[in-house]
Design a binder for this molecule. Structure first.
Ligand code: NAD
Length: 252
């Protein structure tokens, strides 16, 4: 049982790793023994995280990747393979949200959210799957959201992107099972990260927390169990699953 989540010898690439959940996933996977490729648009932002992982005895490589740019994705996978070996685990974590009433969303807003949250996962997922399938398999983990199944106001493009990502996860799982590539999603509820911590201290944010059955925000390490499960062989018979980690939000 102790070795169930052991990732020694595996290489994991995490998109949007410079802060928030991506930084947490990278740290957790490195602690379990994986060599981690920290991918972000600006590698300068990855210096501290890389140093922290290395000082804890891990192996990390910072790599530039914009998930909306296929050439940058291809180059990042090539660079990661050269530095750390082929990618066994891809965490499609990069994502953005634009909060606006539906009537005020511009076409550019819509495209930015869908291009990052949905098309970005398609592009990086396809790049990973092509390479993984040639080597006998791998695990792709898409970071969706509870807002892929429930909707809230002012986030329609985000909700649509995450609903699309949940369906993309299942469609990829169906086709890629025969080449040994597993594709699953994590649907986090409200997790405190630099991007939202101010909001959750506001009256509107505090009201939202009261609506969570466990009556608290999630913390990034509340996702450790899910990411270790889906990255490791412990989930070898899981594909097309959506693991919800939300303190009961969806049943509230
Ligand atoms: P965050 O804004 O702190 O992190 C997102 C990261 O993605 C940033 O580092 C950003 O630079 C990166 N990114 C954005 N566009 C990119 C691009 N084109 N290419 C590469 N990187 C890009 O947000 P977070 O809270 O850590 O969220 C991480 C993921 O988890 C997102 O997909 C988000 O939708 C999802 N999520 C978060 C929560 C939450 O409560 N925090 C809940 C559900 C789902």
């Amino acid at each position: 049982m102790a070795d169930t989540f052991d990732l020694t010898g595996k290489t994991a690439l995490i998109t949007g790793a410079s802060q928030g959940l991506g930084a947490g996933f990278a740290t957790t996977l490195a602690r379990a023994g994986a060599k981690v490729a920290l991918a972000a648009r600006q590698t300068g932002k990855l210096k501290t995280l890389k140093a922290e992982i290395e000082s804890a005895g891990g192996v990390a490589h910072a790599v530039a990747m914009d998930v909306t740019d296929p050439a940058s994705i291809h180059a990042a996978f090539d660079e990661t393979e050269a530095a750390l070996g082929p990618v066994d685990v891809l965490v499609n974590n990069a994502g953005i949200a634009i909060t606006k009433p539906f009537l005020e969303i511009s076409e550019a807003d819509w495209d930015a959210v869908l291009d990052t949250n949905l098309k970005g996962c398609f592009l990086a997922g396809q790049e990973a799957a092509k390479r993984m399938s040639q080597r006998g398999g791998g695990s792709i983990i898409n970071i969706a959201s509870v807002l892929g199944s429930e909707v809230i106001g002012q986030l329609s493009s985000y909700c649509a992107s995450k609903a699309g990502l949940i369906h993309l996860t299942k469609a990829m799982a169906l086709e890629l099972a025969r080449v040994g590539v597993r594709v699953n999603a994590i649907a986090p509820g409200y997790i405190e990260t630099p991007i939202n911590s101010d909001f959750f201290k506001s009256p509107a944010g505090e009201k939202m927390i009261k609506g969570i059955p466990q009556r608290r925000l999630g913390q990034p390490d509340d996702l450790d169990g899910a990411i270790l499960l889906l990255a490791s062989d412990a989930s070898r018979y899981m594909t097309g699953s959506v693991v919800t980690v939300d303190g009961g939000f969806l049943v509230g």
